[in-house]
Design a protein around this ligand. Structure first.
Ligand code: AMP
Ligand code: MG
Length: 332
């Protein structure tokens, strides 16, 4: 009997030890990093800075590797050489090509030369002539991009620009780091929001969507449960104005000119960052009507559109999640 009591006492001690403070508490830890040309805010609920350090390093590497303007990175080298072997980039380009096909070409990661012609990367803006655009059309388009195994081939001097999916892919990489460590958090990668896991207090995450007319305030907020990616593309994120007209950084692959179709912004909510980011760009190109049709044809994302007349349109899955009162709701 004595032995039994001793054993029970030992077991109770063992069971209670972790709760007595052996495990440091998980508190909110924040870090701001500059990567991919933007300020990123990382918040994790953890007992150390380890996952913040790991994400910081991953974001710096991706920022270099995926940026067509960084002469130390893989994408830059690929564009200069008209292709090459790079397993990670080949995988990414293959996925981008599949999403391009699914979006009827609205997503097109082969438009780097067109972006350069408009001056978006350098911020030295100019408006190409019709003749310039006709000539550019020979060097832009997914028909010029092919992947075989780890090898990417770029024909006719075409160059890749992964700006439309890079932050979403980076969010997926950060999410994997957090999930491996069993840590929850919320990341803002310059307009791409990634939630991972549950907030420690068990409540939903709240994500705010910027007001295009007043980037210091919010158009609406949205509740998000668990792990999701919320990505916004808009005409206010990078643009220039000439003679009262606005030229934004998202190009219509059919005209190689800034998309202009009555939309101010599109927000996509999806399980995966790559998908949400790629679709936010593609649906911005499509405009409202085509975007709604596209949403009806799929089942892996929800969307919010803001048009120039100030109307907010939302897909039914987000109807009860957004704070905006007068949204038009589209149903399947
Ligand atoms: P995002 O801010 O995610 O909508 O991506 C916009 C960025 O993607 C631009 O700054 C360009 O680098 C690139 N881009 C512009 N137009 C397109 C397009 N139609 N498809 C894919 N990438 C594009
Ligand atoms: Mg995008």
């Amino acid at each position: 009997m004595k032995q039994m009591i001793a054993l029970l006492t030992a077991m109770i001690l063992l069971l209670t030890l972790p709760a007595c403070g052996a495990q440091p508490a998980r508190t909110a830890r924040d870090r701001e990093v500059f990567a991919m040309d933007t300020v990123m805010e990382l918040r994790v609920y953890d007992s150390s800075d380890a996952v913040l350090d790991e994400m910081d390093a991953a974001l710096a590497a991706l920022s270099r590797e995926l940026n067509a303007e960084d002469d130390n990175g893989g994408l830059y080298a690929l564009n200069r050489a008209g292709g090459g072997e790079n397993a990670a980039l080949a995988d990414l380009v293959r996925r981008a090509a599949a999403l391009s096909a699914r979006t009827g070409g609205a997503l097109d990661v082969s438009l780097h030369l067109a972006s350069l012609a408009w001056g978006f990367p350098s911020k030295r803006y100019s408006i190409p002539t019709e003749a310039d655009l006709t000539e550019l059309a020979n060097h832009c388009g997914m028909r010029l991009v092919s992947c075989a195994g780890d090898r990417i081939t770029l024909q006719n001097g075409a160059e890749l620009d992964l700006g439309a999916i890079a932050k979403g892919y980076a969010a997926d990489c950060c999410r994997a780091i957090l999930e491996r460590a069993g840590v929850s958090g919320i990341l803002s990668l310059g307009g791409n929001i990634q939630t991972v896991g549950k907030k420690p207090d068990g409540t939903d995450w709240t994500v705010a969507i910027q007001d295009p007319d007043d980037p210091g305030s919010y158009l609406l907020t949205m509740t998000v449960t668990g792990t999701k990616s919320v990505v916004t593309s808009g005409d206010y994120q990078r643009f220039f104005e000439r003679d009262g007209a606005r030229y934004c950084h998202i190009l219509d692959p059919e005209t190689l000119s800034p998309a202009r179709n009555g939309l101010r912004m599109v927000t996509i909510v999806a399980d995966e960052g790559f998908l949400a980011d790629g679709l936010s760009t593609a649906l911005f190109v499509m405009g409202l009507e085509r975007g709604i049709e596209f949403w009806r044809a799929g089942n892996d994302f929800e969307a919010i559109w803001l048009t120039e007349d100030g109307t907010v349109t939302v897909t039914e899955g987000l109807e009860d999640r957004i704070s905006y009162k007068n949204a038009e709701v589209v149903r399947r």
